[in-house]
Design a protein around this ligand. Structure first.
Ligand code: IDP
Ligand code: MG
Length: 132
């Protein structure tokens, strides 16, 4: 069994999609093993998006991710990291495959509904970051 971390982003919270997104994964046989609604601090976002801190749009990402509390969850399944990334879709919703969460609910490259860990190593680090 593998674990991965998802964050239901503020755009999804704003659209009342928390339950629907968690249900989407539960019906696909992912087990929710940790779950918390939380406000993300500057420090958490600097770590979580460390690969983007140099980008001109980084302050906007921080503003967006702090615009409402988010829902952070650890999901467990065989091959969970890759499976969840595939169900989430690519970063830009307009380029995401039909049926993916970002295609269905995303607005633009920043407001794309959900974060999902992109590797087993990053999943481990992210689960530790958000759940200790
Ligand atoms: P990912 O979420 O698909 O793994 P990353 O490249 O890790 O994509 O970027 C993290 C988040 O930063 C994206 O989900 C999106 O919200 C935001 N982001 C990424 N690239 C851009 C961009 O070019 N403009 C605005 N926001 C971006
Ligand atoms: Mg990423």
């Amino acid at each position: 069994m593998e674990k991965t971390l998802i964050i239901v982003k503020p755009d999804a919270v704003e659209k009342n999609l928390i339950g629907s997104i968690l249900n989407f994964f539960e019906t696909k046989n992912f087990e929710i093993i940790q779950l918390e609604m939380m406000a993300l601090s500057d420090e958490m976002l600097n770590e979580h998006y460390h690969h983007l801190t140099d980008k001109p749009f980084f302050p906007e990402i921080v503003e967006f991710m702090q615009s409402l509390p988010v829902v952070v969850a650890t999901l467990q399944a065989d091959n969970a990291v890759e499976k969840v990334r595939n169900l989430v879709g690519v970063t830009d919703p307009s380029e995401a495959e039909e049926g993916t969460l970002r295609k269905i609910h995303g607005t633009d490259v920043m407001h794309n509904v959900i974060h999902a860990s992109d590797s087993v190593d990053n999943a481990r680090a992210e689960i530790k970051r958000f759940f200790g």
